[in-house]
Design a protein around this ligand. Sequence first.
Ligand code: GAP
Length: 459
Amino acid sequence: MSKQAPRKVDMEKIVSLCQRRGFIFPSSEIYGGLSSCWDYGPLGVELKQNVKQAWWRAMVQGRDDMVGLDASILMHPQVWEASGHLKGFSDPLVECKSCHRRWRADELKDSNCPSCGGEVTESRLFNLMFKTFMGPVEDSASVVYLRPETAQGIFVNFQNVLNTTRKRPPFGIAQIGKAFRNEITTGNFIFRSREFEQMEIEFFVKPGTDKQWFDYWTQERLNWYVKLGIKRENLRLRQHTEEELAHYARECYDINYLFPMGWSELEGIANRGDFDLVQHTKSSGKSLDYFDEETRERFVPYIIEPSAGVDRSVLAFLCEAYDEEPDNNEIRVLLHLHPSLAPIKVAVLPLSRREKLAKVAKEVYADLRQCWMVQYDDAQSIGRRYRRQDEIGTPFCVTVDFQSLEDEQVTIRERDTMNQIRVPISAVKATLAAKLSGEELFVLPPDGKIWKMEKPNSS
Ligand code: GAP
């Protein structure tokens, strides 16, 4: 993590918004929380789901050279021996001789404990994998590990996928799922936790073409973040030095994001060469190579791996979207989330709770709910309700007022510009569909004129 001037968004504001509005809570909070474990609340689970959905849509469903997989978290223990994780997936650890707190040796400035100043022990390697036991007997024969990366589930299924699909290198297998690491140092909210989710692609290519695929995937992954609203200047590529390369990697770049605590890793893109397939072939005795019928060549594919963190992506999208604007004597907090990521797409707000108005508003609400996550809110002033929706990133509010009863039109208000347009109730769904899918056009009224844009009002 490099040192850098802090961004205008600080982590406290993000954490506070997340807890206040139900995005993310500390795990087991009523028992005082469990260190570095987090629960996604009603809005957080929608946001996280949308991030995964956007990735799956772009990386799997939108491509003809990718298929998906959902492998189990518990795997045969030999997997971790072959992958090198049993031997190599460890961090150097020191312990304070006074307070017994443990620290990552490479993160200490000197040989004193950052907490109490006491002397620390010599460093020793600490394996980051969580160990558990399968079945009722706790002996060494029943040891299994919670996977520290989703990637291995893909490698061990390489031949299964080849045999059951018509995919041939270059092609990829993608997976989203939980991973677990007994990290020594956690922190920065959901940035580094012990239970997290990854979105990983293992892309199998012919040796010799790996460099060009590595460059391709680096660009492709940068573009994905930019398309979903992250400014390019807040993303950087950082090449791993020879010393920091993981045991399996020939080359690796991190996509770093300017988080509030400074530039930090959002995603890693590695050229894993043939390391994993060769290792699993040796260990399992099953051949994991590929025979190209056309060229009559047999080869072990090289693997390009773009590996993103779901939780870090959620955090990056939240930090990027967070904004504050002066609003008379108050501050308008808003999340400029991309519409496809926003947890709630539309809020339906009746101007009053009067029955006649509520009836129309509830009909509109029921209709829109068929398509999107929609909230109905009739509590407090309309201004406050707009603010509540701005704060959780809802792109559109539909307001039903007394005039709606006469002209059968409602107002659609846009989050970022606060622009408002009047739209017939019969055209609301189509108008919102166009707006949410990024089209600038509004639905045209029967006479062919574009709906009149009204000046934003002060509320
Ligand atoms: N299969 C390769 C691999 O796992 P990694 O760089 O160790 O590579 C990939 O992890 C991504 O997973 C990281 O860029 C990060 O987004 C996420 N990640 C890793 N450790 C994490 C942790 N402790 N908490 C949250 N996210 C984590």
